[in-house]
Design a protein around this ligand. Structure first.
Ligand SMILES: [Fe+2]
Ligand SMILES: [Fe+2]
Length: 182
């Protein structure tokens, strides 16, 4: 999306609303990968960011808000990350610079299948993936250390897992409140 030079980027809550408005009907209606999950990933991301000082907060939020919006089904759909990346690039007023945008695109494309590595040393990409993977308990999958990138999270996985579980299995909160955690 091209904007005039002094355009003020969207607030996080507006950005999330924009992402949600572009989501597939399947994604919007999903109990496993739907809007409540996106907000849980964003809130888990906010927790991780407190332990990942070099990760870029807005990028993690953008990842959470977009990552599962383009699913075509709730099962095997390895391309949904690619489609989310395309939507981000073309349609979202993301407010990221080129380097930050490239990282989020990489994180989106490789969070779902693909040949990407299970962990990433870049703190922002790692925080994005960890935010999603820490919520896997909701689908009865135990998050494995081998798939966690953020050193502080890997080092205290059971505690972070419990926090993420509380978030993803607890009450949903509106985006405006999620944004306040950023
Ligand atoms: Fe996904
Ligand atoms: Fe997800």
């Amino acid at each position: 999306m091209t904007h005039p030079p002094h355009h003020h980027p969207a607030s996080l809550a507006d950005l999330a609303a924009e992402a949600e408005s572009l989501a597939t009907d399947i994604a919007l209606a999903s109990h496993l990968h739907g809007p409540k999950h996106w907000r849980a990933v964003a809130r888990t991301g906010a927790v991780i960011l407190n332990h990942a000082p070099r990760a870029h907060a807005r990028s993690v939020f953008v990842f959470a808000a977009l990552h599962d919006t383009q699913r075509h089904n709730d099962r095997y759909d390895p391309d949904h990350g690619n489609r989310a990346a395309a939507i981000l690039e073309a349609r979202i007023d993301h407010g990221l610079n080129d380097v930050q945008l490239d990282r989020v695109i990489y994180a989106l494309r490789n969070h779902s299948g693909g040949d990407g590595p299970p962990q990433h040393s870049d703190p922002t990409i790692g925080a994005c993936w960890d935010s999603d993977r820490l919520t896997l308990d909701r689908v009865r999958i135990v998050p494995s250390e081998d798939y966690i990138s953020t050193p502080a999270v890997r080092g205290d996985l059971q505690r972070f897992r419990a926090i993420a579980r509380q978030i993803s299995e607890g009450e949903d909160v509106p985006w405006i409140e999620v944004a306040e955690e950023y």
